[in-house]
Design a protein. Structure first.
Ligand SMILES: *[C@@H]1O[C@H](CO)[C@@H](O)[C@H](O)[C@H]1NC(C)=O
Ligand SMILES: *[C@@H]1O[C@H](CO)[C@@H](O)[C@H](O)[C@H]1NC(C)=O
Ligand SMILES: *[C@@H]1O[C@H](CO)[C@@H](O)[C@H](O)[C@H]1NC(C)=O
Ligand SMILES: *[C@@H]1O[C@H](CO)[C@@H](O)[C@H](O)[C@H]1NC(C)=O
Length: 151
């Protein structure tokens, strides 16, 4: 289960959670500031943000829901230039610290010998689609987008 909370906004105005459906189409998910998704299915994957009546918007988050066994742990929120970020490759069903290869935009990046890597000193060039593949057991994660900078 996941919850999306429009926090950090002040005043009595109504905030609602919006989901992007297509290029120009969005869907109003809830009229309150918290959206609960329980249980989560693949179809809940997508880009979400908070929006006020007057059109003011938060930055967006990308949520990827998979029915597979392998999960890439990656920040869902935009990260700032200069940050160090950790990526992890996990199996849903068993705790693991197996070696995993990490890829960015389809290109091999680095092997994490205990399923984790750190990307130091983030810059705009680190933005892109990441995935991980367990070296021994084949399982691979879906791709997730990393955003640098925010809006
Ligand atoms: C959402 O965030 C607000 C403000 O930070 C907090 O008061 C509230 O308890 C949160 N709600 C949930 C369901 O996490
Ligand atoms: C999306 O909106 C833009 C500008 O409003 C328009 O030019 C474009 O054709 C629209 N695209 C679709 C798929 O409706
Ligand atoms: C979400 O993913 C799309 C590509 O799938 C990307 O264009 C967009 O910038 C991403 N947004 C965030 C906040 O990561
Ligand atoms: C981080 O990267 C910036 C430019 O990309 C560079 O100027 C700076 O020295 C780097 N910092 C560290 C601690 O490596």
């Amino acid at each position: 289960s996941i919850s999306l909370n429009c926090s950090g906004f002040h005043g009595p105005a109504e905030w609602r959670v919006i989901k992007k459906l297509g290029l120009n189409s969005t869907q109003w998910e809830t009229s309150t500031r918290t959206l609960y998704i329980k249980p989560a299915f693949k179809s809940h994957s997508g880009e979400y943000w908070c929006e006020k009546e007057d059109g003011e918007k938060s930055s967006t988050v990308n949520i990827t829901i998979t029915s597979g066994d392998v999960i890439l742990e990656i920040p869902a929120f935009p990260v700032m230039e200069g940050d160090n970020i950790a990526l992890g490759c996990k199996k849903k069903t068993i705790p693991s610290s197996l070696a995993a290869d990490f890829y960015k935009d389809g290109h091999y990046l680095e092997t994490g010998y205990v399923g984790k890597i750190t990307i130091p000193n983030i810059s705009k060039s680190n933005e892109g689609l990441y995935k991980c593949i367990f070296t021994e057991s084949q399982g691979k994660s879906p791709e997730s987008w990393l955003t640098v900078g925010g809006e």
